[in-house]
Design a protein around this ligand. Structure first.
Ligand SMILES: [Zn+2]
Length: 257
C-alpha cells in the first residue's frame, strides 16, 4: 500500500480530515475495486460520488443508451449525449473529473452468463438496476463468490436500500422478496419516479459503500424504506429464512438483535 501523491493529498484534503475516512481509509478507497450494475438514475450519481471520493477502480455495466427521459435523473448526461451508450459517456465524465480513477465501462447486461467475468477481482457490488430479476441474479452470483452487495430501488417518491453481507449471515435478497410486505410493485418506467428520490437512494448506497470499503461495519440485512416526500424512514430487518431458495439460512444460526 503506497502513499498518496501530492495531487491526491490536495484533492482529498477535505475528506482526509474526517476521522471516519482518514489517511488509512483513503488508501483503502484507492485500492478498492467496485462493480456498479446499471448506469441510470442510481448508477450515475453513485459512480460520480464514488469516483470523486477516490475509489480507485470502478467497473460499470449497462447496455442501455441515453434517452431524453433519462435527463431529469441521470445528471451527468446532456442533450448532446442522447443515443450514446450510458457507460461510455459516464466513463468520460468520471475520467474528466478524476483521471486517477480506473473506469471500466462494460456495454453489456449483468446476468448469470456474464456474472463470472464482471465479478472477477471485485470487492463490492452496487445494484443500480431497476430490475428484480437483475437483483436476484446479483444475489445468487455474489453469494456463490462470497462478495457483499448493496441493493437500491426507487419508484415515485419511495426508496429502498439494503446491504447483504458476504456470507449472508443476515439473510439475502431471496429471503427478503419472500416477504410480501417488502415486494416491489413495479418499475420506474411503469410507475414513474421523481429525480431527487432516486438520487437520495443512490447516495445512501454510496455512503454504505464508502463505509464498507474503509473497513466500517454495515447495518447488514436491514431494509431501509424512505418516503422521500415526508422524509419518513422505516427499517425492516431481513428475516433470514430457513426455507430460502438461495442461502437456506437455518433459524437456529440467526438470532435477531
Ligand atoms: Zn436467503
Amino acid at each position: 500500500m503506497g502513499e498518496l501523491t501530492d495531487e491526491q493529498l490536495r484533492r482529498y484534503a477535505r475528506q482526509l480530515v474526517v476521522p471516519q475516512i482518514d489517511m488509512e481509509g483513503q488508501l483503502r478507497l484507492r485500492d478498492a475495486h467496485v462493480l456498479i450494475v446499471g448506469a441510470g438514475g442510481l448508477g450515475v450519481p453513485m459512480a460520480q460520488y464514488l469516483a470523486g471520493a477516490g475509489v480507485g477502480r470502478l467497473r460499470i455495466v449497462d447496455d442501455d443508451r441515453i434517452a431524453l427521459s433519462n435527463l431529469p435523473r441521470q445528471i451527468a448526461f446532456s442533450e448532446t449525449d442522447i443515443g450514446e451508450l450510458k457507460v461510455e459517456v459516464l466513463a468520460q465524465r468520471i475520467r474528466a473529473a478524476n483521471d486517477s480513477v480506473l473506469v471500466e465501462p462494460c456495454p453489456a447486461r449483468f446476468d448469470p452468463l456474464t456474472a463470472e467475468e464482471f465479478l472477477c477481482d471485485i470487492d463490492l457490488v452496487l445494484d443500480a438496476t431497476d430490475s428484480m430479476q437483475a437483483r436476484l441474479d446479483i444475489d445468487r452470483a455474489t453469494y456463490s463468490r462470497r462478495i457483499p452487495w448493496i441493493m437500491g430501488a426507487a419508484v415515485q417518491i419511495a426508496g429502498q436500500w439494503s446491504a447483504f453481507d458476504p456470507e449472508r449471515h443476515h439473510g439475502c435478497y431471496h429471503c427478503l422478496i419472500a416477504d410480501p410486505g417488502a415486494m416491489e410493485t413495479g418499475s420506474c418506467a411503469e410507475l414513474g419516479i421523481v429525480g431527487p428520490v432516486v438520487g437520495l437512494v443512490s447516495l445512501h448506497q454510496a455512503i454504505l459503500a464508502l463505509r464498507y470499503l474503509v473497513g466500517d461495519d454495515l447495518p447488514w440485512g436491514r431494509l431501509h424504506m424512505l418516503d422521500a416526500w415526508s422524509g419518513g424512514l422505516q427499517l425492516l430487518e431481513v428475516l433470514a429464512r430457513e426455507d430460502c431458495a438461495l442461502c437456506r439460512h437455518g433459524s437456529s444460526q440467526h438470532q435477531p438483535d
